[in-house]
Design a protein around this ligand. Structure first.
Ligand code: ADP
Ligand code: MG
Length: 637
């Protein structure tokens, strides 16, 4: 038996560990189980190169709760440790790490999760929940003697020889009073599921009952009691993890169904299948594997609870991947596993880390490549998925120039007829017809097919194409496209009358003379609110409406942006809603109003025509709408 003092200058290391790591006590289990897994894997490696004769038949880690003794034990059948190794790896090295930690973070409140592994405090995190810890270990090396080590949280420890039948290590935690939750099965089960779900060695936690269809036929294979088989209940090991998750396999060995199955394994509470997946596999200039899934996003940025999970050699690290992948990629789901992401340091450090930047750029590229591949291989399928992925693609195009450059080849525009075109195809399609007098290409769009229906109809009747832009991100997307595309302007279909938006050489002659217009203008102006509408005359087709209300593009966009909280836009937000009231000087009804001799009747007809225009823009509401209906009934009479 030997006694010793753990080699540190700082005497009171444990209170500090405990205090500063408070919020994340639970990760002690991840640390101990991953040490056990490491030990098993090391043995496997040694055996494979002939440096160990110990059995590797059933490498397993077992977690056992003993409520009476108030202990939690983590057992492995890995390489084990000799007394010397415990001295070296547990008491010296780990403690120098602990000391470094204490000196560095005494005055700060670090993120516990980040600090522990970094300073080699893995083993000592057990003191966050245990008042004393025992190690019973037998090295795999032939002729080793088992050792028993014990430490109660002070720098003093005891070590003596003991007996142990098989190689491996038991870490026995005597759980402290304030941590008795870790003696609860459900709690440990929950933690094992969270952190150990995909560890590469089987993790056993108790047993469970399972039904098997057991063969009960007699020696000749004859049925007994008319049955050949019987449903029997048996007790089997409760294995917590899947040691070979899909991302560790070769894509060639996986079917579509395998990927979907793995998705359900990752997110058991999500019942919707993903749209498609991307299998990541990089070994240069950094190591990274993983599978990303495209979920159905629909139109809104739903609060995403099934987030991308980050692993380090199959050990779960976190599912808050901000700073590691670009924001827009955080809309995806799945796993990323990389030993090269410096997971154990603080987040602000992550942002500036070169590897992280490269990883992020690489994932962005992979995602774009995959989308392009689907687009090229199966355009129909891509179009069918477009509504679900469009928010993602647009968000990506807005936030990453590199992504924009790739995505511009497959990003689609949908028109009111439901046809899809790429940006390039669209430009080709509208160029001959939709140019203004300066030869600038005009992209007409609608933000609401129902509300802007009459305008869309007028435009399509003239043979113009109208794009549907109806999601919240579209207004930003439009601005972005305008900056990127040359010589193109986006104009909402109700921004002006169509013949004003798209200039035609042969403008229609006006039926009303200037003088007649001057007579009619004050009559119309007398009825509308002056500071909200400006009255203009235009010679439109007889078939167009007698009056049309339009919302000038620039002012509307500014107001939209101000409503969305754009900086410096308050000015526009406080402006009244400006509209144009366009009077169609070629419409017979306008001539009729002009020629009406009865002043009251003239006023009534004007009001009725204005209201019709308001109605078509969804602007007629409340009392005005009630009056309009009454007046209409009277007019019919
Ligand atoms: P790290 O895992 O980062 O090295 P830890 O404090 O978790 O730091 O462990 C310190 C060392 O103790 C390990 O590197 C390993 O050599 C040894 N060790 C810990 N647990 C075991 C175990 N179950 N079996 C064998 N060796 C172990
Ligand atoms: Mg460790």
């Amino acid at each position: 038996m030997s006694e010793g003092k753990i080699n540190v200058q700082t005497e009171n290391i444990f209170p500090i560990i405990k205090k500063f790591l408070y919020s994340d006590h639970e990760i002690f289990l991840r640390e101990l189980v991953s040490n056990a897994v490491d030990a098993a894997q090391k043995l496997k490696t040694l055996a494979s190169i002939g440096e160990s004769t110990a059995s590797t038949d059933k490498l397993q880690v077992e977690v056992v709760i003993n409520k009476e003794a108030k202990t939690l034990t983590i057992k492995d059948n890995g390489i084990g440790m000799t007394g010397e190794e415990i001295e070296k790896y547990i008491t010296q090295i780990a403690f120098s790490g602990a000391e470094e930690f204490v000196n560095k973070y005494k005055d700060k409140t670090p993120e516990a999760n980040a600090i522990i592994g970094h300073f080699g405090l893995g083993f000592y995190s057990s003191f966050m929940v245990a008042k004393s810890v025992e190690i019973v270990s037998l090295s795999h090396k032939e002729g080793s003697v088992a050792v028993h080590w014990e430490c109660d949280g002070s720098p003093d420890y005891k070590m003596e020889d003991t007996t142990k039948a098989t190689n491996g290590t038991d870490i026995i935690l005597h759980i402290a009073e304030d941590s008795e939750e870790f003696l609860e099965e459900y709690r440990i089960g929950e933690l094992l599921k969270k952190y150990c779900k995909f560890l590469p060695i089987e993790i056993k936690f108790g047993t469970k009952k399972e039904y098997v269809n057991e063969d009960i036929s007699d020696e000749e294979g004859e049925e007994i009691d008319g049955k050949e088989k019987e449903n029997k209940q048996i007790e089997v090991d409760n294995i917590i993890n899947n040691p070979t998750p899909a991302w560790t396999k070769k894509p060639a060995d996986l079917t579509d169904e395998d990927y979907k199955k793995f998705y359900r394994e990752l997110y058991p509470m999500n019942f919707e299948d993903p749209l498609f997946h991307i299998h990541l596999n990089v070994d240069y200039p950094f190591n990274l594997t993983g599978i990303l899934y495209f979920p159905k996003l629909k139109r809104s940025f739903e609060l995403q609870k099934d987030k991308i999970q980050l692993y380090c050699n199959q050990v779960f690290v976190t599912d808050s991947v901000e700073n590691i992948v670009p924001d827009f990629l955080a809309l995806l789901q799945g796993v990323i596993d990389s030993p090269d992401i410096p997971l154990n340091v603080s987040r602000s450090y992550l942002q500036s880390d070169g590897n992280v930047k490269k990883i992020s750029a690489h994932i962005t590229k992979k995602v774009a490549d995959k989308l392009e591949e689907i687009f090229k291989n199966d355009r129909k399928d891509f179009e069918a998925k477009w509504e679900d992925i469009k928010v993602f693609v647009q968000y990506g195009m807005l936030s990453e120039d590199k992504f924009y450059d790739k995505a511009k080849k497959f990003a689609l525009l949908k028109n009111t007829a439901g046809e899809y075109s790429t940006l390039e195809e669209y430009a080709e399609k509208v160029k001959p017809t939709q140019t203004d007098k300066d030869k600038k290409v005009v992209y007409l769009y609608t933000t609401n097919v129902d509300e802007q229906h009459s305008f869309i109809e007028t435009a399509t009747e003239r043979g113009y194409d109208v794009i549907v832009f109806d999601s919240p991100i579209d207004s930003h997307y439009i601005n972005h496209l305008e900056q990127k595309l040359e010589n193109t302007s986006f104009i909402r279909v109700d921004a002006d009358t169509i013949d004003k938006i798209i200039k035609k050489e042969d403008a229609m002659p006006s039926k009303l003379s200037e003088k007649e217009q001057d007579t009619l203008k004050p009559i119309v102006e007398g009825i509308v609110t002056k500071d909200k509408f400006s009255v203009v005359f235009e010679s439109l087709s007889e078939k167009d409406a007698p009056m049309i209300i339009t919302k000038p593009e620039f002012m509307r966009r500014m107001k939209d942006m101000s409503a969305m909280g754009g900086g410096g836009m308050q000015f526009y937000g406080s402006m009244p809603d400006m509209h144009n009231l366009v009077v169609n000087s070629n419409h017979p009804l306008i001539s009729k109003i002009l020629n009406e001799v009865d002043a009251d009747k003239q006023k009534q007809l004007t009001k009725q025509t204005i209201d019709l225009a308001m109605l078509s823009q969804g602007l007629l509401k409340g009392e005005e709408l009630t009056k309009f209906i009454k007046r209409s009934v009277e007019l019919i009479d």
